[in-house]
Write a new protein. Structure first.
Length: 584
């Protein structure tokens, strides 16, 4: 159904805003429905051909606790939610206190708040020169709140007033969402009309969409669909925040192409199933977060030792241990690159954003299937659970191919004299192709051995694959900003979005972001670093893991660490402060 857009319905005074984008903050508690409200606004933006990004912040509680949505809507693609709020909808002032660093007002922000809540906003929130719009979201009797119309739907009406969006656009979104539940739809429409009827809501500047609907996708959905497009046909996993939506998406979509999904009893079993399916010749993967990745470490070594290709997606949370399950961090880097007993090769890739989360899966399966080793893809909570409006989906440019042994071929399964350590894969059931695939060290034919010279030769064979991986991926990085910029920022993963905007506004800085983290594209990095007069390594890791990793690969004499623990993503305002602190 085509959205109807009439921008002349609301004629309130506009709030000046530059840059063709607006940031909306929806702040509440668990059960207030702010996530649904944000999703509806994002869907309405996409229906108009506007771009956008939505990030949600919530606590680890099963019920209750804080809940906030930050939504940025723009005329052009955005990968970062912005720093200052143009419209804030707040059901309780007490809820705002939990989001220091995530929400900040400016002098012309529009604030909508509960009329019965007279508490003052905290100073760190910033101030707006406009009087807040006070609305009775809640009804009170004898000091107790009682049930009334859905407050998030009243908030939807008020938000549409401020954004200048017509009622027909909202009705269509609600009908799509609740059309199969007429009573719920009627209640939500009635509450929306109550909010819309409020006339004294200032109007924000109108954004011009492209007039055609765009695609909304989360990072986890994109990773799942990218894996399907790459040829993955078996997935086993265990639900764990913030990766669970990968499993959920594949349960719905992988069987449609003939694939199989198994919810395992734990992460160890999940990776065991993935290795077993891949041993049978089927491209296979799992997805997890830090605690699950720890449990998978021994089996990852088995994949490398037995030369069975697998892909693992790790959606990083703030750690260690259980850590903060719903918060983002970049602190699994050391584990991904180094974890495991003994020496074994693996490849580690990093995802930049939602669009790239789909693309990187094609590359992950290409490397895993071609070189018969484990490939880890590092996402994080910021990418995994963020929802992004994106343009048309480009087809994958790589096609995974595993060299498969056929009867009559001479090489033993683990032959030492093949190019780059790659030998044809023997699928079980192939006549004459029987061999022992095990985690114990072995001869070229697969027989167990304790010969130390053979162990040295087998290690050389397995690690020889990385030389070819390095040659193939030497240009797997992105450079953002003016080539003549004197200062440089080295970062990876989800820092991409904020840096893409930062370097546009600060031409004295250029950024280098690798898509492949191990083996690292060292030649490209050193060539990029050479003309810089100073540089910093930017990351969400208390120890500065990325900086320490690079220090083992290159001379970082003039490159400083710019790191902090995760929890919330970096804002451009915080980035400015951090760069000032570390500047020489």
């Amino acid at each position: 159904m085509e959205a109807r857009v009439d921008r002349d319905i609301v004629t309130r005074t506009e709030v000046p805003h530059a840059g063709g984008s607006l940031q909306v903050a929806l702040v509440g508690s668990g059960g207030d429905g702010v996530a649904l409200l944000g999703d509806l606004l994002l869907r309405m933006a996409a229906d108009q051909g506007l771009f956008g990004v939505l990030v949600q912040s919530y606590g680890p509680q099963i019920r209750g606790g804080e809940s906030a949505v930050i939504l940025r809507i723009a005329e052009e693609e955005v990968l970062y939610e912005g720093d200052q709020v143009d419209l804030m909808l707040c059901f309780r002032v007490s809820d705002v206190l939990r989001f220091k660093g995530s929400v900040r007002l400016h002098e012309r922000s529009v604030v909508i708040r509960e009329v019965a809540d007279t508490s003052a906003f905290p100073d760190w929130l910033g101030a707006t020169g406009r009087d807040p719009v006070r609305y009775p979201f809640a009804r009170f009797e004898s000091g107790a709140e009682v049930q009334g119309p859905p407050r998030n739907m009243m908030g939807l009406g008020l938000s549409c007033r401020a954004l200048g969006w017509p009622t027909g656009l909202a009705r269509e979104a609600l009908e799509r969402r609740f059309g199969e539940r007429p009573a719920v739809l009627a209640a939500n429409l009635a509450a929306f009309e109550l909010g819309w009827a409020t006339a004294d809501v200032p109007r924000l500047p109108a954004l011009e969409g492209r007039g055609a609907g765009l695609v909304i996708e989360s990072g986890n959905e994109a990773a799942a669909r990218g894996a399907i497009a790459a040829g993955m046909r078996f997935f086993a996993g265990y639900p764990i925040t913030p990766s669970s939506e990968i499993l959920e998406t594949l349960i719905d979509e992988l069987p449609l192409v003939g694939g199989t999904v198994v919810q395992a009893e734990d992460e160890i079993a999940a990776l065991g199933m993935v290795i077993g399916a891949s041993f049978g010749g089927i491209p296979s993967m799992t997805a997890t977060s830090g605690p699950g990745l720890s449990l998978m470490t021994e089996m990852t070594g088995l994949s490398s030792m037995a030369e069975i290709p697998i892909v693992i997606v790790d959606c990083q949370r703030a750690g260690p241990a259980t850590g903060m399950p719903s918060r983002t961090e970049q602190s699994d880097l050391n584990h991904a690159i180094y974890a495991g007993h003994g020496d074994f090769p693996r490849v580690v890739l990093g995802a930049f954003d939602v669009v790239h989360a789909r693309e990187v899966m094609g590359r992950a399966f290409h490397l895993s299937e071609t070189f018969q080793l484990p490939v880890l893809v590092l996402s994080d909570a910021y990418i995994a659970q963020r929802r992004q409006i994106r343009g048309p989906i480009a087809p994958l440019t790589t096609t995974p191919h595993r060299a498969v042994w056929t009867p009559g071929q001479a090489p033993a399964r683990f032959a030492l004299d093949t190019a780059h350590g790659i030998t044809p894969f023997r699928v079980p059931g192939t006549a004459g192709g029987t061999y022992l695939a095990a985690g114990i060290e072995h001869t070229p034919e697969g027989h167990p051995t304790a010969d130390t010279a053979m162990h040295q030769q087998m290690n050389a064979k397995r690690f020889g694959k990385l030389a070819q991986v390095r040659a193939e991926t030497r240009d797997w990085y992105r450079v953002l900003g003016d080539p003549k910029a004197p200062h440089g920022i080295v970062a990876w993963g989800s820092q991409y979005g904020v840096l893409r905007e930062w370097v546009r506004e600060h031409p004295e800085w250029q950024a280098f972001l690798p898509e492949i983290l191990h083996p690292f594209p060292l030649e490209g990095f050193e060539a990029w670093l050479a003309p810089r007069t100073s540089a910093v390594v930017l990351e969400l890791s208390y120890q500065g893991q990325f900086h320490r990793y690079l220090a083992g690969l290159a001379d970082l004499g003039r490159v400083r660490s710019c790191a902090r623990s995760g929890g919330v993503p970096l804002s451009s305002a915080e980035l400015a402060r951090m760069l000032t602190e570390v500047s020489p």
